[in-house]
Write a protein that binds this ligand. Structure first.
Ligand code: BGC
Length: 780
């Protein structure tokens, strides 16, 4: 299968690189898919791998700045009370990498000029995007081009590139190179093709462009500095400032075989980090410092920062090169999307690779990404994600109040930039109140993994109180059932809306209430002063015994079940079994995915489940269930799940591993690990599935590696390697140690590479792991 896909996409399998050879501008979707795949970023900004020079073929220009968005009017004709005011769009911002090239009066445009020897490479170890090609500009003129570009991991405000061009023709030719920054950009997803930016100013002398976002008023300055050398001699440029563009024009004549090199540095300063009046100065300072250092030195600093990022988080798969490349691609993308430098930023489902999902924060962060960052980047980076939600607690309380909840109940948004709810679909998105539970679960997950509970004092308990209050009010007492019920929700399965008693939501709600009680009890007992402060801020138990209500609801929540011949299962939602029971394998191939082929009505009526739902709950709380129960539910739901969210197969893969269904686990893993590289769903041109990449990583580490903090609070490792793999080696950060595991078919070796000693249970063997490698035999 890979060979066929590789043949179409011309991607090579390489453990550390994504390599594309050959280029055909007639295949616009593939061109745009490559722009997504080769995206680069540094946590603060990033963008698609659009060509530097002019390209008249199909392209999706995309340069995005973390946290900078536009509140677009929600486009529904049936607006009702409680609907969000706006849908947040991540903004395509000024195109900074531009370098226009004219050779002998002919513009270099790969959609027009025949191209040979095209090679694009993303070096994941170094965070470097490069491209080489030979283009025929006219009958007599050919040029060989090599471009290297990065968005600096060492300096979050710097983008840089080196553009080298060699003349292959037999006669001298005039070359005009015009590096530029273009502010006249739009979003593809604009409702009316309107512009979201307005010009604040361009400064020819200082080569700066400053733009302001409409409505939100973010200001951004870009400053460009360029050094050009032709045949070894510096070339002086002339600066221009026109409308929303700054550029610098360099003219030279090249003899056959001579080269031109353009080093371009762009400083990008935003009003999120600087006072508006200091923006241009800040952008200039970044670009000038980089220009003074030079491209190679800035690249060196960037590579050193990447080396540090990779240390302690690589995954090596022996025996499966395609899987190897797939998992490194996931790690690379996640590391360049979020660095934890700024607690106002988060992980958008498409990161810096496309517009879809608005670059906003979803439950994906807590349910999938948090454990990835905890293990790969350490506690502090992961904690920033928790702080993000703590900062937004006041808005979550406001969101809940708008819907009629009271007394500090908090409902976190399903989609957000700043804490305000900003989705544009009520039934599918808003009703997914289960996201509130994932936010509480993330706090628990963090405390469990780090073995500390101090985050509860910093903000965790306040968040838990708000969430518990919400569930306690949202659950209502059903007289006929004499139990608490949660009505009118959408579970993670978005293929059915407004359901009653979704098992996952109800279970999670009950758990949140119990956990909030536990957390409050812990803080009250061990940190009474903090507790007093928190009680005062939150008015906890003021006037009524809130805890008693929480306990009552938690104990009395209705959890639907169903008996099958194999034994009882947890039921997707009340009434689920009234649906015609069919299996996903019986849907004709040409009707998949059903969301592109069936009417919405037909999808809603069907029993098909979009993504892990009951199984998401069993994954989160696996320690609370025995393996037979998990296996029985897996066997019921997996055949009914169409996995039309990229967040789905990874969770099923982990549970398949856990229950000894290793072949199935591997089959599901293949659907997630190379989802974007192989473009399974034909949508990579829109951007990458960044948050689901965390899920792919989880299916390797938690699934095949069998790594999990157990109910006893200790790290357990119970590997189940797929037979295709000879060995799995990975590193994780755990309680101050960096643990390196080498899992073979019959042995696990582990050492703490930084010497910090920690306890690990491998299979049944308890080990104290320090810098000396511990070997434990396991069953093949
Ligand atoms: C999934 C959601 C997810 C969203 C963003 C949707 O397709 O169903 O669970 O939060 O994508 O990734």
């Amino acid at each position: 299968m890979y060979d066929q896909i590789m043949e179409q996409r011309k991607l090579e399998i390489d453990p550390w690189k994504i390599v594309e050879t050959g280029f055909d501008p007639r295949n616009g979707r593939t061109c745009m898919a490559s722009e997504s795949l080769f995206s680069i970023g540094n946590g603060a900004m990033g963008g698609r791998a659009n060509f530097e020079e002019h390209f008249s073929g199909q392209t999706l220009p995309g340069n995005y700045l973390g946290g900078i968005y536009y509140p677009d009017k929600t486009r529904v004709g049936w607006w009702k009370n409680g609907y969000p005011e706006y849908f947040a769009k991540v903004l395509n911002s000024a195109f900074w990498p531009g370098v226009d090239i004219c050779i002998g009066g002919q513009r270099l445009d790969l959609a027009v000029c025949p191209v040979e020897a095209f090679r694009r490479e993303l070096d994941m170890r170094r965070g470097l995007l490069s491209r080489t090609f030979v283009a025929r500009v006219s009958d007599r003129v050919r040029v060989e081009v090599c471009v290297r570009r990065f968005v600096s991991m060492a300096d979050p405000e710097l983008g840089a590139l080196a553009y080298e061009l060699k003349l292959l023709s037999e006669e001298a030719v005039e070359v005009v190179a015009t590096p530029f920054v273009e502010g006249d950009v739009r979003n593809e997803d604009a409702n009316y093709d309107e512009k979201f930016w307005e010009l604040c100013g361009v400064d020819r002398e200082r080569a700066t462009l400053t733009m302001r976002t409409r409505k939100t008023g973010f200001e951004v300055s870009w400053a460009q500095r360029v050094a050009v050398v032709a045949a070894g001699n510096p070339v002086a440029g002339e600066r221009f400032a026109q409308a929303e563009r700054v550029s610098e024009r360099f003219v030279c004549t090249l003899q056959p075989g001579e080269s031109l090199r353009i080093d371009k540095f762009v400083g990008v300063a935003t009003s999120m980090n600087h006072a508006a009046e200091e923006l241009t100065q800040a952008a200039c300072a970044v670009a000038e410092k980089a220009a003074a250092q030079g491209f190679e030195q800035e690249l060196g600093a960037h590579e050193a920062a990447w080396e540090e990022k990779w240390s302690g988080c690589d995954v090596a798969i022996d025996g499966d090169d395609a899987a190897q490349q797939g998992i490194r691609f996931c790690i690379f993308q996640l590391l360049q999307t979020y660095t934890g430098r700024d607690s106002r930023l988060n992980v958008g489902p498409k990161g810096f690779t496309g517009e879809k999902y608005g670059g906003s924060t979803y439950w994906d962060t807590e349910a999938y990404c948090l454990p990835f960052y905890l293990c790969t980047s350490g506690e502090e980076v992961a904690r920033q994600l928790l702080r993000y939600r703590y900062r937004q607690l006041p808005q979550a309380i406001e969101n809940a109040a708008k819907l009629g909840f009271r007394d500090g109940a908090a409902l976190y948004p399903m989609v957000t930039m700043t804490g305000e709810e900003c989705h544009n679909e009520w039934e599918i998105t808003f009703e997914e109140i289960h996201r509130n539970g994932a936010i509480a679960y993330a706090i628990y997950n963090y405390c469990r993994y780090t073995g500390t509970r101090d985050y509860l004092l910093e903000g965790g308990l306040e968040v838990l109180i708000g969430i518990a209050r919400f569930w306690a009010q949202r659950a209502t007492c059903s007289e006929p059932k004499d139990q608490y019920v949660i009505l009118g929700v959408t579970g993670p399965n978005e293929y059915e809306n407004n359901v009653n008693n979704n098992w996952y939501t109800n279970f999670l709600a009950g758990w949140c209430l119990q956990y909030a009680l536990l957390a409050a009890g812990y803080v009250a007992k061990h940190h009474p002063e903090h507790y007093r402060r928190i009680v005062e801020v939150t008015h906890l138990n003021a006037g009524q015994d809130e805890f008693a209500r929480w306990r009552r609801v938690a104990d009395g929540l209705f959890l639907p079940e169903w008996s099958t011949p194999a034994g009882p299962i947890f039921l997707q939602q009340e009434g689920y079994m009234d649906k015609e029971q069919r299996l996903a394998k019986d849907i004709p191939a040409e009707q998949r995915p059903i969301n592109q082929n069936w009417s919405w009505d037909r999808i809603l009526r069907s029993c098909f489940i979009k993504q892990a739902d009951v199984l998401q709950g069993l994954y989160f709380f696996q320690e609370m269930f025995d393996l037979e129960t998990i296996a029985r539910n897996f066997d019921f739901y997996e055949p009914r799940t169409v996995h039309e969210s990229s967040l789905s197969p990874c969770v099923h893969s982990i549970l398949a591993s856990l229950t000894g269904r290793t072949e199935k686990a591997y089959e599901l893993y293949l659907r997630t690990a190379r989802l974007d590289l192989d473009d399974y769903n034909h949508e990579v041109h829109e951007g990458l599935h960044i948050t689901s990449m965390a899920g792919s990583w989880l299916s390797v580490i938690e699934g095949f590696g069998g790594v999990r903090v157990g109910a006893d609070g200790r790290l357990h490792v119970r590997p189940r390697l797929p037979r295709q793999w000879r060995a799995l080696t990975f590193e994780i950060h755990y309680r101050g140690a960096i643990l390196r595991f080498e899992i073979g078919r019959d042995e696990v070796c582990v050492a703490s590479t930084n010497g910090v000693a920690v306890e690990v249970v491998i299979g049944q063997v308890e080990c104290l792991v320090n810098d000396r490698t511990v070997h434990v035999k396991i069953e093949a």
